[in-house]
Design a protein around this ligand. Structure first.
Ligand SMILES: [Fe+2]
Length: 386
């Protein structure tokens, strides 16, 4: 969880009368883990509970398929063509991979999304391309290509697109946090962690005040999707403080850890989630021992489904496999994956890699959606044999 922030007009003491324009404001606690985890207090001009209508909303029909017979997959996101998809970052999502802990989706968006909140858990969004402003009850957070954005569970928000975006979306059933080993007992990021507090951005400006009546908000829960029509616009917060709020970290601010010989993926860990981790592979010098093998060794991490999204640069270890920018690979337990034949030899004289990639290791099996199977390269499982 990021550190304490305070924005706007809040009372000196928690849970005491506070007025704006002569009227008493409504205090809301956005809490995690009941009342025992990190939380924030927001001060609304109107009751955040005042809804005037509730409707069900059907999600697009998507069947899920176990990965059987067992195959590694290469999903080409550039092939995700759906003329009927909504052009916004909430309704236009294509779920691709998922289990009870996390759902991984992809979306191209050109328009501002409706208001939404996800009560199943935090959303971790990686901006592959474009620029946007994440507007929420906490205020505005400008984000751009390379940013990770954490949208906490239950936070009403919308994506305002300033330049068409392509987003990789991890919808967690639980909370996405800074890996605990990066934090000291005081709650500070330790020396040696690959990023620090200075790299974390939150909605620091005055909160957004928007007038409006009968404002629909898409609400996602474990039971499905609903629409709550709020009597007044949810963006009516005059101030807030606490430890829960949307925040951003640029992958370009992630400091790589390198060694004389190959370092394992945990040195690239960026986030921790419920039964998954997220790692960042960023441009860095290669291993510098004269005999170092610079491409990864073959491996089968039998406790993880390994998902890798290729965001930019070259991917020497898989050159020739068809993998490129915009690709997603799924390497499941039971299949030993490794570098493309010939890549070790090609890397001998290289001194650095320019790769930019995001990895999610899921500790429980991932199923594939109809959309995922439709864009899966049928020849990929045999790419090591060519
Ligand atoms: Fe791997």
């Amino acid at each position: 969880m990021p550190y304490y922030r305070r924005v706007g007009d809040i009372p000196r003491k928690r849970h005491t009368l506070h007025r704006a324009g002569g009227a008493v404001v409504a205090e809301e606690l956005v809490g995690t883990d009941g009342f025992g985890g990190a939380s924030a207090l927001l001060y609304h001009r109107h009751s955040p509970s005042a809804v005037v209508r509730i409707d069900a909303l059907d999600e697009a029909n998507q069947c899920w398929h176990a990965n059987r017979p067992l195959r590694p997959h290469h999903l080409r996101t550039s092939s995700l063509v759906d003329a009927t998809a909504s052009p916004d970052a909430i309704r236009g999502r294509h779920p691709l991979l998922g289990n009870d802990d996390v759902r991984i989706g992809w979306v191209r968006a050109t328009e501002t999304s409706p208001l939404a909140r996800d009560a199943t858990g935090d959303q971790l969004v990686y901006l592959h391309e474009g620029a946007a402003v994440l507007e929420s009850v906490f205020g505005a957070l400008a984000v751009a290509s390379g940013d990770y954005v954490v949208v906490p569970a239950g936070v009403t928000h919308r994506w305002v697109v300033t330049s068409p975006v392509e987003l990789l979306v991890f919808e967690a059933r639980g909370h996405v946090t800074i890996p605990p080993r990066y934090m000291n007992a005081a709650g500070q990021l330790v020396e040696g962690a690959p990023y620090s507090e200075r790299d974390l951005r939150g909605p620091d400006a005055e909160p957004l005040l928007v007038d409006g009546d009968d404002v629909p908000v898409i609400v996602r829960t474990r039971a499905g999707v609903s629409v709550h029509v709020h009597a007044t616009h949810p963006f009516d917060v005059i101030g807030w403080d606490g430890y829960v709020y949307p925040w951003a970290l640029s992958i370009h601010d992630f400091e790589p850890i390198v060694g004389r010989i190959h370092q394992p993926p945990p040195v690239h860990q960026t986030f921790a989630g419920p039964n998954f981790v997220v790692c960042s592979f960023v441009p860095r010098p290669y291993d510098f021992d004269p005999d170092a093998v610079k491409v990864p060794y073959h491996h089968s991490n039998v406790d993880c489904d390994e998902v890798l999204f290729y965001s930019a640069g070259d991917f020497m270890s898989r050159a020739g496999s068809g993998i490129g920018v915009g690709s997603i690979s799924l390497h499941p337990p039971g299949f030993v994956h490794g570098p493309q034949p010939g890549s070790r030899e090609r890397s001998t004289d290289a001194t650095r890699t320019e790769e930019l990639a995001v990895m999610l290791d899921a500790f429980r099996p991932l199923a594939l959606s109809d959309d995922a199977l439709a864009i899966s390269d049928p020849s990929y499982p045999y790419s090591w044999s060519r």
